[in-house]
Design a protein around this ligand. Structure first.
Ligand code: ATP
Ligand code: MG
Length: 365
């Protein structure tokens, strides 16, 4: 059912969102502007999306009966978190149209799957090798060399589930066994370290009729594996790579028969753009589109999954920049509330833990 063509869902229909984080919250804000109702399925009753949903259903992502009952009350279902079991999507897809489809999630939730998929389409990636046990990890490190990053194949985000290996670092069997265990004892990828000139992402919306729109590509800065800052337009280092990156993105979206917003992260290197990872959903590097573009990533995702025409993605002003508020950055809220150029978004999370995304600020340039 997930792959069938979609008819237009009129305002007043119910959109189901699996996951209750800030991406879901901003999807709901866009959907409610267009007159839709949103039900949220997730584990945290106080989660950012749960707080603003028409209805919140508490349940585990492997509770098939609860997921099925949730889907029955919705006219379409989407997800804001990609670490869902494939069986969850299968259950949902039996009841109601699901976008993006299960195959997009299956590819996007595994670094191995997405890199293999993109390599098959002719896209370049950093050198990588997979390991399914500690012995294979030793062999993969040998093949790739150092510096390198060991990344868990699944479940990683915000730099979690990653261990960096310095140039020349030599590891004996016991040290490798330890790293294997530190990463949870699940499949990992060893990735060669890339000396990139810059990082950027592409945000793409694809509608049910196959129409595609790109937003300006943000140039992104990460600290400790977490996105800190995005700016559009990006610098010259980024601009030269946009045509090649877009050509690859088009192929990815078409091959997946994708419906919704898709985000793809790239490293800008001397020889061209290298694919880093993709997310089958709206993305932190696209938050600036709320104020910075004629139509936001959130609205176009809703439009795509409801079978509506996509909105114009052009910049409103000359550009925009977005700064994440991470952990105790949120303590600056009184100053930001008084800053006339700051568009402040707070996610309603109670506790400002280190490394936790608490909100963001967008400024038009
Ligand atoms: P998120 O989901 O928040 O985007 P993530 O945990 O999935 O992050 P990655 O995107 O793989 O992780 O890595 C986070 C950041 O670490 C990258 O944006 C980049 O700055 C750096 N990084 C990752 N892989 C490499 C690499 N092979 N070479 C150099 N830097 C890298
Ligand atoms: Mg990333």
């Amino acid at each position: 059912m997930s792959d069938r063509a979609i008819s237009t869902l009129p305002p007043g229909s119910t959109i189901g969102i699996v996951g209750c984080g800030q991406l879901g919250r901003m999807l709901i804000q866009a959907a409610s502007q267009l007159g839709y109702r949103c039900h949220v399925f997730g584990q945290e009753e106080t989660g950012p999306a749960a707080q603003v949903a028409t209805k919140f259903v508490a349940g585990a992502f492997d509770d098939m009966a609860a997921l099925s009952a949730f889907a029955k009350e919705c006219d379409v279902v989407t997800y804001e978190w990609e670490n869902l079991p494939g069986s969850a999507l299968e259950v949902i897809g039996r009841e109601v149209p699901l976008h993006p489809n299960a195959r997009a999630l299956e590819i996007g939730q595994s670094r191995w799957n997405e890199k293999s998929f993109v390599s098959d389409l002719g896209g370049g990636c950093a050198p990588y090798a997979r390991a399914t046990n500690a012995q294979e990890l030793a062999a993969a490190i040998e093949t790739i060399g150092t510096p390198a990053i060991i990344k868990s194949d699944r479940m990683g985000y915000d730099g979690k589930g990653q261990i960096r290996l310095q140039a020349g670092e030599i590891l004996d069997a016991a040290a490798i066994q330890q790293k294997w265990e530190d990463l949870g004892g699940n499949d990992v990828l060893v990735e060669g370290f890339v000396n990139f000139d810059a990082e950027f992402s592409l945000l793409i919306a694809r509608s049910a009729d196959g129409g595609m729109r790109f937003w300006d590509a943000p140039q992104n800065t990460h600290e400790g594996g977490i996105l800190r800052h995005s700016i559009v337009p990006g610098g010259e280092d980024v601009a030269v790579h946009i045509p090649a990156a877009r050509a690859l993105a088009r192929k990815i979206a078409e091959r997946l028969d994708y419906i919704g917003v898709l985000a793809i992260e790239f490293f800008a290197c001397k020889d061209g753009p290298l694919f880093n990872e993709m997310a089958p959903r709206v993305h932190n590097s696209g938050h600036w589109t709320i104020e910075g573009a004629l139509t936001s990533q959130f609205e176009n995702h809703i439009r795509a999954i409801c079978g509506l025409p996509l909105g114009d993605t052009r910049l409103i002003e000359g550009g925009a920049e977005m700064q994440n508020l991470i952990g105790h950055d949120i303590d600056k809220w009184p100053d930001l509330m008084g800053d006339q150029g700051a568009h402040l978004h707070l996610y309603g999370k109670r506790e400002a833990r280190e490394g936790r995304k608490m909100g963001h600020v967008t400024r038009l340039l």
